[in-house]
Design a protein around this ligand. Sequence first.
Ligand SMILES: *Cc1c(COP(=O)(O)O)cnc(C)c1O
Length: 381
Amino acid sequence: MIPYGSHSIDAGDINAVVDVLENAFLTQGQQVPLFEKNLCDYTGARYAVAVNSGTSALHLACIAAGIGKGDRVWTSPNSFAASANCALYCGADVDFVDIDPRTRNMSVALLAEKLVSANANGTLPKAIVVVHFAGSSCDMEAIHRLTSCYGIIIIEDAAHGLGGKDKSGHPIGACKFSDMAVMSFHPVKSMTTAEGGAVLTNNESLANNVRLHASHGITKNSKDFSEQEQGNAWFYSQQSLGFNYRLSDLHAALGNSQIKRLDSFIAARRAKAEVYHQALASLPIELPERDANSAWHLYTIELTMHDRKKVFDELRDRGVGVNVHYIPIYHHVYYKNLGYSADDYPNCERYYNNTLTLPLYSELTADMQNSVIDILHEVLK
Ligand SMILES: *Cc1c(COP(=O)(O)O)cnc(C)c1O
């Protein structure tokens, strides 16, 4: 089966991890700070805090944003559940803004409408989590313009976006129009640390808050101690209720090696997306937008004249590991039980009912991609 996504590990990646195994520190050594510096250098963000998953990073971003009980957080329904779960972890209520049928990202027009009515009803969100679906940036400048007058915190779920650029050409993760951006380094993403994630920001106090909560809420910085504890070399102080969300040096070493290859991963994804655009143009399907700035995490098509389940099953039977991104978050039983209704998100419903994700990753060979293309042509005939 040709998978829909996969990582790429070379000898340099393996040696980088083995080197750490032969060194003194498996965790809390030099690799994590170096990885954070590499993330800042790559994206242009001032601060990066590396953690053990994208989900942890989203949770920490919500904590740093001060999200709590009684607050509202809005996100896109066309995403992995973690984009919404992070707000529920903090006791907040989640609401969804329907997608733009063309970009499959949160609709800016619907966001504008929803803000007007929420402002009138006193139900504005404290934060919104925007998702750069498939690696193609949301219109961050427009979202910032719409939300800044209300003081709404913008968190980018950039799990698909590392290596891509926003509409104005800033690297995704630079946080030009947001407060924080969250990355994931799961093996299917742009680059991997096996499991891993990061919060990027230009705001020092947000960065400090994220770092504090990633490590139990404990500080070893003596300036945070009471006067009588100053000078006690054994002392550390838990200031807040945090978690152990730290990334290990083994994982960070893999990240430090992978980030050197990130541009080549993105270039390969982009080239293969272009091959699909040309080879599939004659089929009665909708292709994704040709966004030259996209990180091309996913290549998703929409069937317009065929039954999705039939096509999905036939492609899987013939060895093409197609997938569906995403089951709308409000479809999950947990969310249904919270009272969400599919009727409120007609664009997301239409997209979900017709979409298929084709294999796309840097290690997908030309032969494999050609066989995906040939089989898809035959199945849709
Ligand atoms: C992968 C992903 C996450 C979660 O990242 P993990 O590192 O797997 O925890 C969150 N949001 C989106 C959109 C993702 O694709």
